[in-house]
Write a protein that binds this ligand. Structure first.
Ligand SMILES: *[C@@H]1O[C@H](CO)[C@@H](O)[C@H](O)[C@H]1NC(C)=O
Length: 124
């Protein structure tokens, strides 16, 4: 019984660690549906311009806001009801890491694992 539990735990951890980082390699102009923040409150990204956050409710709903609270150009993105966000035309300035916000560590028993993160790469 102990062995079955151990094997199940290892299988589960393998799935979790595989799921933690995914990479989307896009060409300039390609569209991509970011699903990392489905059912979350916000999507956060870190791009060359710095960290930005897109809230799914409130005054700046569906817009990227930088660390100083300034709204940055967001026409290239469309927020859906369920929290998925469409990147309409990938640009090099959209390359970076995307994750739901907040994005706490995944805890299984006493262990903590890296939460899911999407890396978007954009080639010319
Ligand atoms: C969320 O909405 C988008 C756009 O309509 C859709 O493509 C996606 O499958 C939806 N996700 C879920 C989990 O239903």
């Amino acid at each position: 019984m102990v062995h079955v539990a151990t094997i199940l735990a290892i299988l589960l951890l393998t799935v979790v660690s595989d799921a933690s980082i995914s990479t989307a390699r896009l060409r300039t102009g390609q569209s991509f549906l970011i699903r990392e923040a489905e059912n979350a409150n916000a999507l956060a990204r870190t791009v060359a311009a710095g960290p930005q956050k897109m809230e799914f409710s409130g005054r700046n709903r569906g817009k990227w806001v930088d660390q100083n609270g300034r709204v940055v150009s967001s026409e290239n993105f469309r927020l859906f009801q369920n929290g998925s966000v469409l990147l309409k035309h990938a640009r090099p300035s959209d390359a970076g890491t995307y994750q739901k916000d907040p994005n706490p560590m995944i805890r299984i028993g006493d262990m903590g694992y890296a939460p899911p993160i999407l890396i978007i790469q954009v080639q010319n």
